[in-house]
Design a protein around this ligand. Structure first.
Ligand code: HEM
Ligand code: NAG
Ligand code: NAG
Ligand code: NAG
Ligand code: NAG
Length: 320
């Protein structure tokens, strides 16, 4: 009797529980242990080579996973090239001339397929593992990546344009954008901490540094204007914090001083509900580490394709 009602309970749970959770529960850190035990080591090796060649690549690979997950879930859709039937997400406004690292993903894919002897590792999983390995290489926390995502046969450029957050958003809009992905205020703040790594183009922060408001430090703005004029210089790069190859709390320290580079960065410390989180992570590296790890796993669990859905691509740029 007891076990029958327990089964009904499980059934009810399966029927009514959150869809994202129901699917993500099928991902597992040991997914490739039997089918290709060398897979994760191989990904790490290629990421190491790439990051040793250019430190920024670690940041770029982390961002690629984020931009993949926010469009149709973490399904490798961002990697598909334009064809007569695929409207590539690469050309969507938030990605065009901005996301990078595709050649590294291609290299990983070919090395992994070689070592596995067949196409068993998905491009979506490669993105998730490469993001983790990049963070570790640049001095950040490690975590066990849940695996078993399959690759999409579609992409959605319109969704990439509307779902990936813009650097011009204010706090309520950012919170809502993350909420649409099942992510909360803590996820927003701690994952924005990824901006402890990498660079931004002038175009994406010039309004902020050329407009005198009281949410930007005047001397910071003036220093940034030297390499980001009102007219021109749109693709000039600035670091997102002072240490673009070190996973540290500098990003949060800057927000406390009104020295966030993007409007969307400073919005996290603008007198509202997320202030405490920024202060917490600035003061305590351990909390930043711990929560970043948790939120990366949560982001990596967004709507994965599992079971019979999707496919394992043989070329990350093309549907089989
Ligand atoms: C909260 C909303 C976010 C906004 C509005 C945003 C926006 C941006 C922008 C505008 C850039 C510069 C792009 C360019 O210059 O072409 C950038 C870079 C970057 N973003 Fe974000 N981002 C957000 C969240 C995230 C998250 C959640 C992650 C990862 C977990 C992330 C990781 C990165 C990294 C690592 C870079 C540097 C990339 C490189 O140097 O190649 N960002 N972001
Ligand atoms: C992407 O950027 C290139 C410039 O590098 C431009 O020619 C092209 O029109 C842009 N694509 C879209 C879809 O905006
Ligand atoms: C692409 O995404 C948009 C916005 O989320 C949605 O309305 C549309 O149906 C999607 N297109 C395809 C072909 O799935
Ligand atoms: C992208 O979305 C914005 C609104 O978020 C819209 O103003 C813009 O026209 C869209 N661009 C394209 C190319 O669809
Ligand atoms: C800071 O963050 C940690 C980790 O999320 C949390 O346990 C702690 O309660 C927070 N402290 C404050 C003062 O908000």
């Amino acid at each position: 009797m007891a076990s029958i009602s327990f089964m009904y309970y499980l059934l009810a749970l399966a029927m009514f529980s959150d869809v994202t959770l129901a699917f993500s529960s099928r991902l597992s850190p040991s997914y490739y242990d039997d089918v290709c035990p060398e897979a994760l080591r191989t990904i790490k090796r290629v990421v190491e080579d790439a990051v040793n060649q250019e430190r920024r690549m670690g940041a770029s690979l982390l961002r690629l996973h984020f931009h993949d997950c926010f469009v149709q879930g973490c399904d490798g859709s961002i990697l598909l090239d334009e064809t007569s039937t695929i409207e590539s997400e690469k050309n969507a406004a938030p990605n065009n001339n901005s996301v990078r690292g595709f050649e590294v993903i291609d290299k990983i894919k070919s090395e992994v397929d070689k070592v596995c002897g067949r196409h068993v590792v998905s491009c979506a999983d490669i993105l998730a593992v490469a993001a983790r390995d990049s963070v570790v290489l640049l001095g950040g926390p490690t975590w066990k990546v849940r695996l078993g995502r399959r690759d999409s046969t579609t992409s959605n450029k319109t969704e990439a344009n509307t779902s990936i957050p813009s650097p011009f958003m204010d706090l309520p809009t950012l919170l809502n954008n993350f909420k649409n992905q099942g992510l909360n205020a803590k996820d927003l703040v701690v994952l924005s901490g990824a901006h402890t790594l990498g660079f931004s183009q002038c175009l994406l922060f010039k309004d902020r540094i050329h407009t005198q408001t009281d949410d930007i430090d005047a001397s910071f703005a003036s220093r940034r204007r030297m390499n980001c004029p009102r007219e021109g210089g749109d693709t000039n790069l600035a670091t997102l914090d002072q240490t673009p190859s070190h996973f540290d709390t500098q990003y949060f320290d800057n927000l406390l001083l009104k020295k966030g580079l993007l409007k969307s960065d400073q919005a996290l410390f603008s007198g509202d509900e997320t202030n405490d989180l920024v202060q917490n992570y600035s003061a305590n590296y351990g909390n930043f580490w711990k929560d970043f790890r948790g939120s990366m796993i949560k982001m990596g669990n967004i709507k994965p394709l599992t079971g019979e859905r999707g496919q394992i691509r043989s070329n990350c740029r093309k549907v089989n």
